[in-house]
Design a protein around this ligand. Sequence first.
Ligand SMILES: Cc1cc2nc3c(=O)[nH]c(=O)nc-3n(C[C@H](O)[C@H](O)[C@H](O)COP(=O)(O)OP(=O)(O)OC[C@H]3O[C@@H](n4cnc5c(N)ncnc54)[C@H](O)[C@@H]3O)c2cc1C
Length: 302
Amino acid sequence: MRAFLLFLSRQESFKNFMLRFRMFRNTAWRFVAGERVEDAIRAARELRQQGIRATMDLLGENTRSEEDAQRTTGEIVSLLDRTHAENVDCNVSVKLTQLGLDLGTELCFQNLARIVRHSAGLGGFIRVDMEDSSYTDRTLDIVQRVHRETPNVGTVIQSYLYRSEKDVQNLIAHRIGIRLCKGAYLEPATVAFKKKRDTDANYLALTKRMLQSGLYHGIATHDEPMIDAIKQFAGERNIAKDSFEFQMLFGIRRDLQQQLGKEGYRVRVYIPYGTRWYPYFMRRLAERPANIVFILRNLVKK
Ligand SMILES: Cc1cc2nc3c(=O)[nH]c(=O)nc-3n(C[C@H](O)[C@H](O)[C@H](O)COP(=O)(O)OP(=O)(O)OC[C@H]3O[C@@H](n4cnc5c(N)ncnc54)[C@H](O)[C@@H]3O)c2cc1C
């Protein structure tokens, strides 16, 4: 089911078909703050009142023209200015294919460097999301190049990839902060664990390695047993609660986000917004069969 949905997320004709259903579009707002930057800012402010931090994500991926990549870069720079001017305390997350990675490494590097430099001038931080495994090497290379010049940038590692232990070690050696997640793309067994228990075991092992590195990292999961194990590990090693943060996605496990905050842990929520929400939304649907059942039931009712 998950593989099938991830396959459908890449089919333009299926997308056009589904977007005709208002119910389908309305369900997206459970996971996406809205289409406008104001929607994301409102969501960040509401979370901040609960002591929860934010990272903003202007949705978009696999940009097809250089012009589009430059325009998106400009929009992200404006987002940085806007959140700074309005005193919204947040990071910004970006995807390299949104900045033109499919069109050329140099173009993408220049666009990311521009965003990271601008963010540094405002005292901000940029997180480079990780996309499917065909982009991993290029993403890590570009992030390391930009980090050498301007260090307020970090990236993401996915625990379902066999290679991730090596990548975590390498990023720590270069003093680059990591967001660890399980991974959201359709990957072959040649590069990724297929069983949840293997991905989870790797997640825990990598988290332990990261927490002992002395760097500030993000532990991105909604998996409660995993979070409990991490809390226990950090407690036993006297790892301070403010030396790392838990991260979750907008609209998922709000109860757990608040509970962790009340327990004194740092929590950051990823707030996606914008008109290009379809692939992001499909990945969220694919993660949990109950989400599909909910949509199907309501589509049938129409
Ligand atoms: C802040 C953040 C940033 C991320 N960035 C990236 C990235 O750059 N690249 C990437 O590949 N992936 C990214 N992901 C997605 C991640 O890889 C997983 O696909 C996603 O987080 C689900 O995995 P999980 O760790 O929550 O565990 P799972 O084992 O999948 O889920 C554990 C529990 O979480 C809840 N849950 C999980 N997903 C959903 C959902 N969609 N709807 C409702 N409940 C759900 C359920 O209660 C489930 O039982 C990110 C995730 C987070 C939280």
